[in-house]
Design a protein. Structure first.
Length: 189
């Protein structure tokens, strides 16, 4: 048995299972060369074409993205400028509205002052007219009463209108002058 193992080992030494036979290497090289030829001739150009298309598409998308980003930045700058412009315009409008409000208030105050002065003047004129009317009315009534009273005291009828009117006017003038003297005396104290 030992001999059989040694004989088998001797035969095995001649044939190494790790090293292929020369005809296997040759046919493997031929098959490899044929596959390599078809790969280089047909597969590799298609793969290169596909990779080039993919690369071009990616570069095109990057260019589009860059353009879109530039457009977005330009739109943002324009929006920012318009916003700043709108803020300035709004401030100007607010300031103009304040000024207009102040002008309107001043005009209304002036109109109210003019109207108040007109009403006051009208009221004074009306009061003066009513006072004059009252003075005339009182003069005639006081004159009539004074003449009636004088007629009764004297016992004589004082029907002469001009003479009676002169007496009443003199009496009222003396009464007014005494009132004025009394008023100026009080004012001097």
């Amino acid at each position: 048995m030992l001999q059989a193992i040694v004989a088998a080992a001797g035969e095995e030494e001649q044939i190494n299972p790790l090293i292929p036979a020369p005809y296997d290497i040759l046919w493997s090289l031929v098959c490899f060369a044929i596959i390599l030829f078809f790969f280089i001739r047909y597969v590799l150009p298609r793969m290169n074409k596909m990779l080039d298309e993919r690369s071009a598409a990616i570069e095109g998308n990057i260019a589009k993205a860059d353009e879109a980003q530039r457009e977005a930045e330009a739109a943002l700058e324009q929006y920012t400028a318009q916003l700043a412009e709108a803020r300035v315009e709004a401030g100007r409008i607010r300031e103009q509205a304040r000024e207009d409000g102040k002008k309107i208030i001043a005009e209304l105050k002036d109109q109210a002052s003019v109207e108040a002065n007109r009403i006051t003047t009208t009221a004074h004129a009306q009061i003066e007219a009513e006072r004059q009317s009252a003075v005339v009315s009182l003069r005639s009534e006081v004159g009539t009463l004074a003449l009636d009273l004088s007629s009764r005291v004297i016992g004589e009828s004082l029907n002469d209108d001009t003479k009676a009117a002169a007496i009443v006017d003199r009496f009222l003038a003396e009464l007014e002058s005494s009132e004025q003297l009394g008023a100026s005396g009080k004012a001097a104290k």
